[in-house]
Design a protein around this ligand. Structure first.
Ligand SMILES: Cc1cc2nc3c(=O)[nH]c(=O)nc-3n(C[C@H](O)[C@H](O)[C@H](O)COP(=O)(O)OP(=O)(O)OC[C@H]3O[C@@H](n4cnc5c(N)ncnc54)[C@H](O)[C@@H]3O)c2cc1C
Length: 458
């Protein structure tokens, strides 16, 4: 029995583990990746990318100091370990290097991060169309340049970051394409000033794109991808009000897309935590109290698995949750309550900043996409829009019936990629809002496990 079991060794899980261990708690940290660090600290000591010296991806020292703190405080770190089930007594079932093991925590901190959201468009499953986060990961973790002539599609911080990282690695950015221009208000600017450091970093990305004279196409959407076995180009069309639509072909070998991030809520959902709709970003998220405890006592959720708010937020939430747990067990440093209230004050400032970023991020919905009948919606099961529309026309009213009829959301990813799109289509067909549906509780095991490994458990 551990005082705290933390699932996910990204910024949120790492900072929670460091702080809890320093407070004297017995901690286990579980992550399914070979190295700790999550998405942000996915640096693998890559020295060269595509033949040029790798740029610095930021704060690599955090990992070194974390590793020494975890070692010094005796934190049990399980890498390449996937949590596939959680029970009511907070016992976690973990697939770990060819076997199944179980760990129980008096407290469980869920820090499972987020995944990329891509709203389908014609040709989005062609090899050579990748997420902005995936582009970052290929460069940071593997030293691989994903393409040589790139168009970046999307207007959010991760797209801007990916565009500048690609530029720094010597890639030709043909254009950055956004569906519209954000309306910057004075009030939003004031809120951005709550974190001038992060704001200036964002301004730096924009200046870099300007300096390199990168074409910024706003009011443009991708209407088609050219190439079957591999992307060779993209068709973009201008949809500006008052202007005639104009189409342009861009010759590229890589299309980098991102429509935001979707919190990985599956473990919280499986634990029985209440899941609520977050209207500002249109995602589901575990409900929590001021100490980040979910509706299930002693089960906490922090970082991107609640709302994707970036590395600073994840680091801060990890610290706050660890000090809250230490305080509830009456251990740790003497001034911990003062420290907790200082951290919470910083967290509230960050939420103001985040609300401005969300407001200024251009969001697109499915009905704005130029979809065609043969656009793939569920890529695991190869289900097209026409197949889904046929089922909806026959009167299918709920997700289970739609799954049975078409096999959407039933492939390897279990709907992690297409569920939001499918529910948006279903909602339109039955005249409801997407928030009127609850995401289904995922089935055991949460991630695919080899049958042989599973049988060893019995
Ligand atoms: C693909 C991708 C790339 C990104 N790249 C960047 C970037 O380069 N720069 C940037 O500023 N932001 C990036 N982000 C945003 C990033 O999510 C946050 O800035 C930050 O990493 C969030 O920290 P976190 O600890 O909340 O989650 P994460 O960093 O996502 O960490 C969560 C960890 O939990 C693990 N995990 C999940 N489920 C399980 C399970 N069932 N069992 C065991 N382990 C599990 C994951 O493998 C991961 O290691 C990226 C996001 C994504 C999705």
């Amino acid at each position: 029995m551990y005082d705290v079991v933390i699932v996910g060794a990204g910024p949120a899980g790492l900072s929670a583990a460091r702080m809890a261990a320093e407070a004297g708690l017995k901690v286990a940290l579980i992550d399914d990746q070979p190295r700790i660090g999550g998405q942000y600290f996915r640096h693998a000591g890559v020295r060269r990318i595509g033949g040029i010296l790798a740029p610095r991806f930021g704060r690599a020292r955090y990992i070194h100091t974390s590793l020494s703190t975890l070692g010094r405080c005796g934190v049990e770190v399980l890498n390449e370990a996937t949590v596939v089930e959680i029970s009511a007594d907070r016992t976690l079932t973990v697939a770990f290097r060819g076997s199944i093991t179980q760990l129980q925590g008096e407290n469980v901190v869920i820090a499972t991060g987020a995944r990329e959201r891509v709203i389908p468009f014609p040709g989005w499953t062609t090899p050579g169309v990748i997420g902005a986060g995936a582009a970052q990961n290929l460069m940071k973790a593997s030293g691989v340049l994903p393409g040589s002539r790139v168009v970046v599609v999307g207007a959010n911080p991760l797209c801007l970051l990916a565009a500048t990282s690609l530029l720094r690695c010597g890639v030709k950015i043909v254009a950055v394409c956004a569906p519209s221009r954000p309306r910057v208000t004075f009030n939003a600017l004031l809120r951005l000033m709550r974190r001038p450091d992060i704001f200036l970093r964002g301004v730096g990305y924009l200046l870099m794109l300007k300096l390199y004279r990168i074409r910024m196409l706003s009011d443009y959407r991708v209407t088609d991808v050219i190439g079957d076995a591999k992307v060779t180009g993209v068709i973009t069309r201008r949809f500006a009000e008052g202007l005639p639509p104009s189409e342009e072909r861009l010759d590229v070998d890589l299309i980098v897309v991102n429509d935001g991030l979707l919190p990985n809520i599956e473990l919280a959902s499986r634990a029985g935590c209440e899941i609520e709709w977050e209207p500002s970003t249109s995602v589901w998220s575990p409900k929590r109290n001021a100490d980040f405890e979910t509706t299930i006592p002693h089960v906490y959720a922090v970082g991107d698995c609640v709302t994707a708010s970036g590395v600073e937020n994840s680091l801060l939430e990890g610290e706050i949750v660890a000090i809250s747990i230490a305080a509830s067990k009456d251990v740790g440093e003497r001034g911990r309550l003062r420290r907790l209230s200082r951290l919470k004050w910083r967290w509230r400032r960050l939420q103001k900043f985040r609300s401005a970023v969300v407001e200024l991020t251009v969001k697109e919905s499915l009905d704005q996409r130029p979809l065609t009948d043969d656009t793939i919606v569920c890529r695991c099961e190869d289900v097209s829009l026409a197949t889904i529309n046929d089922a909806l026309c026959q009167g299918v009213q709920d997700l289970n019936a739609l799954k049975a009829e078409t096999r959407v959301c039933m492939g390897r990813c279990q709907g992690r990629t297409c569920m939001h799109t499918v529910l948006a289509l279903l909602a339109t067909a039955v005249g409801k809002e997407p928030d009127q549906f609850k995401p289904p509780v995922p089935r055991l095991p949460l991630r695919p496990v080899k049958v042989g490994d599973w049988l060893k458990k019995f």
